[in-house]
Structure formats: structure tokens, C-alpha cells
Design a protein around this ligand. Structure first.
Ligand code: ADP
Ligand code: ASP
Ligand code: MG
Length: 422
């Protein structure tokens, strides 16, 4: 008998029929003798619907009070799906109880809409498990030290599940979703993508941080920190599939490099449409410029990703960087009003229609020429690279958004990741 945490995403919880199928699957695991904690997401579309309602009524300048209410609102999505799943389990004859984050409690810091989990009290959950119940804990939410409801950022139910698995020292955290594992790239963009049987924790961390939204990055960080065995698998297989087979399906996140397996140099391709590029043109090429540009940006809590500065000509240089789409207008405004006049720069120009494409693989550590292959493939497709950034196990390029699919597919083929044609 093992304690297992199972997370079900929005599509998996998308309708009463789907919730019934989740209940049957969960009951199968519980009847096999396992103690099960389930962490559901809100029904698909619900979080967007709720946040959409808020934006219709939002004040002109969003402040902390507004973000507090967003969390009050968005957390209701998971509360509803959790109660519905408990009811469906009861209808299956399986004793079950659901808890909102604050009832457990799942304690977080106070950063509304992107809170971090600090601790989880598992007493109540354990008592119910020992009494033979399936326990359901809402994903995505917690409570701060002032008693305010918080949420963990979009996709945050993954993190709730892994954090609960870590706190309870669960044998495994199973992330059930609408694809049957982690693929070499998003299978909805590249139909030839293939499923990875295992993916190393480091590669998964890079892929999540570079835009593969199959797992929220913080869930991968948690899994790494607490060594939580974690598997991504499908909730769309028949619910009564053999349990032993199901337990081995999907993609396992591993913590040690598998020596035996001949690994591809590039394991996966990630992309992110959610970035925008900003350039400050004609800055004096003197010490301190990067700081004087990015200092105010950081003070405004705007995250910066790829950065380049070009060579100066006539003592003037250009400085470019990318930010999240949602911060684009605010960043441009800030630079135009505060930075450009103080710096004596020429102007600020922005391009919201860019994307970032990245190749990821532990094999890149020990192979040379991987980045140059990437650049060659893009040049053969006539795609202009605007920015480049590298680390030990990834190379990212910023390109025009309209070439995203073309670039990802060409790279996928060039690095030998396409599924063999049957
Ligand atoms: P859930 O609602 O279950 O949390 P998400 O929509 O958050 O599901 O994540 C699953 C989706 O992630 C898939 O439907 C797929 O389109 C997308 N995805 C992006 N990159 C990958 C990848 N490398 N492997 C698998 N799925 C990916
Ligand atoms: N419901 C939340 C969202 O849509 C959390 C999640 O699904 O993981 O972002
Ligand atoms: Mg998700």
C-alpha cells in the first residue's frame, strides 16, 4: 500500500461526465489498497472565465487590493471542481472529502496571483486517509499569514500536487493530463513529436522555464528540491486500464542521468509566444547604462529575459531585451517617461510580435556544434535571428512570431526527433 498524490488538469475535469471518469479511475487506485490524495484543477475554461469577469470591472490602475480579490475569485474554480469530484466519488461508493487550501492549510507567502507555498499541515488529510477516505485538496491555492486566500500562478495546480506529495512523503506524484506524457515538443504544434519515456529533472526544468506549459516550472523545482518521484500521464485512457500498466505509462521525471541509454543530443524543443522585445536606441556607450535601463524595470517588478547590447558606433549603442507580453506596455511607458529623458537616449521601440524558440538537452554539454546546427537550420528556412541566449544545456533564439511553427518543425526534424513513420 502506498500514498499517492494524483493531479487532474482542467480538461480532465472539464464536464460532469469527465469528473465521473476521474472518480472511477481514482476509486480503482483506492480499491487496490492505495491511500490517494487528489488535487484537481478548475474545470477547463473556468479560471479564464472568472478572470475575464474581473477584467470587465477592473479599476484603471490595478493595485494590491485588486490582486487580493482576483485570488478570492479565481480560487473558487478549484473549490467547485473539488467538491464535484468528492460527490462523484461518493456516488461510486467511495468515501471522500474535499478541502480548500485554507482548510488544510496550505500556507503561502502574500504575493497575490503568484504566491509561493511555504508549508503544508498534513494532519487533517492524514486522519481522513487513515479513516479510509479519498482526500481531495484544491489545486492552485493557499492562505497567507494574514488569512487571505492566495493563488499560485497559472498552471499552479501542478505545484500544489508536488508540494503535497513532498510534505506527505508520498511514494509518487502522478500528473494526469490531456496528453500521454512529456513530448519532444508540444504535440499540438508538431504532430510528429514523440513521447519521452523519461526526461531528466534538469531538462524538464529548462523546458518548463522556456515555455513548455505541460508542467508549471515551480512544480518541477519542488520535485527536484524534495526528490519527489513524478510522472506525467494521460487521463484519457479507459479508466479501467490495468493499474500496473497505468503505473508505468507516460513520462517519468528522473533525477539521475541514465547512463545506459543512448541519449539524443537535443531532447526537446520549447517555445514561448508570450514575450515581447524592447530596444532603447542611441544610448551613450558609457559604464552603468545597463543598470540605468534595467534598474527601473526591475524596481517596477518587471521580469527581463534575453538581453543584448550591440557594438557602439560613434559612441552610441543600442540595448534590447525581452519581457512578458503582459508587462510590455508598462515597460515601454516607463522607459519613455523616466529612462530615455534621463539617459539622453534617442528612442524606445518595441515589438510585441516575437517569440522565443529553444533547443534543450543534457547532451549539449558534451557536444560541440549544436548551436551552429540550429543557426544553419534557421538560415536555410530564411528565418532571421534577432537575439540569442545560451546556457550549458540550452540555446534560445528570438525570432519573428510568424515563423514559430516553421522553426520548431524544422529544428525537430533536423535534430532527429521526428517519430519514425510507421
Ligand atoms: P492541464 O490542464 O492538464 O494542466 P495543460 O494544458 O496545462 O494541461 O498542459 C498540457 C498541454 O501542454 C498539452 O495539451 C500540450 O498541448 C502542452 N504541451 C506543451 N509542450 C508540451 C510537451 N513538450 N509535451 C507535452 N505537452 C506539451
Ligand atoms: N486553474 C488554474 C489555471 O487555469 C490552475 C491550473 O489549472 O493548474 O491556471
Ligand atoms: Mg497545466
Amino acid at each position: 500500500m502506498a500514498l499517492i498524490v494524483q493531479k487532474y488538469g482542467g480538461t480532465s475535469m472539464g464536464s460532469p461526465d469527465r469528473i465521473r471518469l476521474v472518480a472511477k479511475r481514482v476509486a480503482k487506485w483506492a480499491r487496490a489498497g492505495h491511500q490517494i490524495v487528489v488535487v484537481p484543477s478548475a474545470m477547463s475554461g473556468e479560471t479564464n472565465r472568472l478572470l475575464g469577469l474581473a477584467s470587465e470591472l477592473a479599476p484603471e490602475r490595478a493595485n494590491a487590493d485588486y490582486h487580493r480579490e482576483l485570488d478570492m475569485l479565481a480560487a473558487t474554480g478549484e473549490q467547485a471542481s473539488s467538491a464535484l469530484l468528492a460527490i462523484a466519488l461518493q456516488a461510486e461508493g467511495m468515501p471522500s472529502v474535499s478541502y480548500a487550501g485554507w482548510q488544510v492549510p496550505v500556507r503561502t507567502d502574500s504575493s497575490h496571483t503568484k504566491a509561493r507555498i511555504e508549508s503544508i499541515d498534513d494532519q487533517r488529510v492524514r486522519a481522513d486517509l487513515d479513516a479510509g477516505k479519498v482526500v481531495i485538496v484544491t489545486g492552485f491555492q493557499g492562505i497567507d499569514s494574514n488569512g487571505n486566500i492566495t493563488t499560485l500562478g497559472r498552471g499552479g495546480s501542478d505545484t500544489s500536487a508536488v508540494a503535497i506529495a513532498a510534505a506527505m512523503q508520498a511514494a509518487e506524484c502522478l500528473i494526469f493530463t490531456d496528453v500521454d506524457g512529456v513530448y519532444t515538443t508540444d504535440p499540438r504544434v508538431v504532430p510528429a513529436a514523440s513521447r519521452l519515456h523519461t526526461v531528466s529533472f534538469e531538462e524538464m526544468l529548462e523546458m518548463a522555464s522556456l515555455g513548455s506549459k505541460v508542467l508549471q516550472i515551480r512544480s518541477v523545482e519542488f520535485a527536484g528540491k524534495y526528490k519527489v518521484p513524478m510522472r506525467v500521464l494521460s487521463s484519457f485512457t479507459p479508466w479501467d486500464i490495468d493499474l500496473a500498466e497505468e503505473a508505468q505509462s507516460g513520462t517519468l521525471i528522473t533525477f539521475e542521468e541514465d547512463e545506459k541509454m543512448e541519449k539524443a543530443v537535443v531532447s526537446g524543443i520549447a517555445f514561448n509566444r508570450g514575450e515581447a522585445k524592447i530596444s532603447v536606441l542611441g544610448i551613450p556607450d558609457t559604464p552603468g547604462m545597463a543598470y540605468r535601463i534595467l534598474g527601473p524595470v526591475a524596481d517596477a517588478n518587471i521580469e527581463v529575459d534575453v538581453i543584448i547590447q550591440n557594438v557602439s558606433k560613434d559612441g552610441k549603442a543600442d540595448f534590447s531585451f525581452t519581457v512578458n507580453h503582459s508587462d510590455f506596455a508598462r515597460a515601454v511607458d516607463l522607459l519613455r517617461t523616466q529612462v530615455v529623458p534621463a539617459l539622453g537616449a534617442k528612442e524606445v521601440v518595441g515589438d510585441p510580435n516575437i517569440c522565443k524558440v529553444s533547443i534543450v538537452g543534457i547532451g549539449m554539454r558534451s557536444h560541440v556544434g549544436v548551436a551552429s546546427t540550429m543557426f544553419r537550420v534557421l538560415s536555410e528556412e530564411g528565418i532571421n535571428i534577432q537575439m540569442i541566449s545560451t546556457s550549458e544545456i540550452k540555446t534560445s533564439v528570438v525570432i519573428d512570431e510568424k515563423y514559430l511553427e516553421l522553426a520548431v518543425r524544422a529544428l525537430h526534424t533536423a535534430f532527429g526527433l521526428d517519430q519514425p513513420v510507421a
